[in-house]
Ligand binder design. Structure first.
Ligand code: AMP
Ligand code: MG
Length: 458
């Protein structure tokens, strides 16, 4: 049944599915489904839709937060792979598993600075003649014979014949001999060959983010280059007649284009490679030419011009460019007017213009897509549970994303509002440690209740 449903709409209940199909079919019947459909259809009728019609059609066709995220993830895949020097591999995602080419450690070696002994010689208190010396990386000492010990440094291969190491602090050296006062357990203070990793073991699985421990593992096996997934190239376009670039005069009515810089920073932080396409003006020609520059990227992210304003032409321009729409509004707040589509290998996100909304929708939609493209085995960054410090109320029907600070209390994370939640307030996002995800169907949350929080930028 779901095969019949275009645009990635996921059918939850039969009624809902039918309602959505009706909306989509009615648009298809006039050949106008997709980005700009509402506007085009309105124009084709030669009149305006009433507010009520618009609302009803959009509501029935709108995806929930979870559906929208699923619809995105279903349409993006890990990109190709490339070989990078290990020195540049931190934070990248490993393509293909790595197996250990040899045992680790490769030979039995001393875990302590001390004396390599035969445990048999040290059943009680014993005095042994020091017959050799071994430092890490130095030449081997001769075999340890009965009644003898070899002075040995940490990391040095243990000499033949010995089966334990006595640390300096448990022994006393005098006149070329060492006195060991207490019995020694066989195998004590020896790191045995392969005890960490036998040869042929999968040491870093496919899809693993290379953190310092994985880098350590790969370096331990001498790997100078590793195969990782390519980072997505993400083109960022701001749109709006009111925008000026950094350093340009701020005439009355103008604002600085902050979204390009914010989104570029978010792209880099999420593992993508940003390219700034600048500013497109609120006219079709400007949008068309700037947008087409982004179609060779893996991801195209635009901000603004996707609401219901008279000069919001982004959807139309994307449709003209051949972007296949997947959704054009989501049941979320902030960020409702977020659109997503695909064109060839490019995933296209049209985010709302408010700086807060664009960063929050980036976080919940663009980041998972970038993570999946980078080969990450877990595209959706896991949320943490946090206890609400205060009660919260919201309307039912949309998932709300609430800017919060996070403190560590006795029973775990505690979330508190970071300030005014209006989308025009950037300050509360600057102060936020995370965004609390308040489910669509709920309306009241009591203080003390646990909610999911997406930690921001860490
Ligand atoms: P729009 O979606 O075009 O109606 O824009 C919504 C709000 O976001 C308006 O107040 C815009 O001025 C603002 N805005 C749009 N683009 C940017 C941008 N690149 N940087 C900062 N603010 C923006
Ligand atoms: Mg605008």
């Amino acid at each position: 049944m779901s095969d019949n449903v275009p645009y990635g709409l996921k059918v939850r209940g039969a009624d809902e599915g039918a309602a959505r199909r009706r909306v989509v079919e009615s648009l298809e019947a006039v050949g106008l489904a997709g980005f700009g459909a509402r506007r085009a259809r309105r124009l084709s009728r030669g009149g305006k839709m009433t507010g009520r019609q618009t609302l009803r059609e959009e509501r029935t066709g709108m995806l929930t937060f979870e559906e929208a995220r699923e619809a995105i993830l279903a349409r993006v895949s890990p990109l190709g792979t490339e070989a990078v020097p290990l020195a540049d591999a931190a934070g990248r995602v490993l393509a293909g598993e790595v197996r250990s080419p040899w045992d680790l450690p490769p030979w039995d070696n001393s875990a302590m600075d001390g004396y390599a002994v035969r445990a048999d010689d040290c059943r009680g208190s014993a005095t042994l003649r020091i017959s050799g010396y071994m430092a890490a990386g130095g030449p081997d000492a001769p075999k340890v014979t009965p009644g003898c010990a070899v002075k040995i440094m940490t990391g040095s291969p243990v000499p033949e014949g010995c089966d334990a190491v006595v640390p300096f602090e448990d022994a006393e050296e005098r006149d070329g001999s060492v006195h060991v006062p207490a019995p020694v357990t066989p195998r004590a203070h020896i790191r045995f060959r392969a005890e960490d990793i036998p040869a042929g073991t999968v040491v870093v699985p496919e899809g693993t983010v290379l953190r310092p421990p994985e880098i350590s593992m790969l370096a331990s096996f001498g790997l100078a280059t590793v195969s990782v997934y390519r980072r997505p190239r993400v083109a960022v376009l701001s749109t709006g007649d009111e925008l000026v670039e950094l350093g340009e005069p701020l005439d009355h009515g103008k604002i600085v284009n902050s979204n390009s810089h914010a989104l570029a920073a978010a792209v880099a932080e999420a593992g993508g490679v940003p390219t700034l396409l600048g500013i497109a003006r609120d006219d079709r020609e400007s949008l068309r030419s700037k947008l087409s520059a982004g179609t060779s990227a893996d991801v195209l992210v635009t901000s603004a011009g996707v609401s219901a304003g008279d000069r919001d032409f982004v959807r139309d321009a994307l449709a003209e460019l051949g972007v296949t729409p997947v959704f054009w509004k989501v049941l979320i707040k902030p960020g409702g007017p977020t659109a997503f589509g695909v064109r060839g290998g490019t995933a296209v996100f049209a985010l709302p213009g408010n700086p807060v909304s664009s960063l929050i929708t980036f976080e919940i939609f663009v980041r998972p897509a970038i993570r999946k493209m980078t080969g990450h085995s877990c595209p959706v960054k896991p949320a943490v549970k946090a206890i609400l410090a205060e009660s919260v109320k919201k309307k039912s029907g949309k998932t709300h994303f609430f800017r919060v600070t996070i403190e560590t209390g006795e029973e775990g994370y505690v979330a508190r509002t970071s300030g005014d939640q209006n989308t025009g307030i950037l300050r509360s996002l600057v102060l936020a440690d995370g965004i609390a995800v308040l489910p669509a169907e709920r309306t009241a949350f009591a203080a003390g209740e646990k909610v999911d929080v997406l930690l921001l930028y860490r």
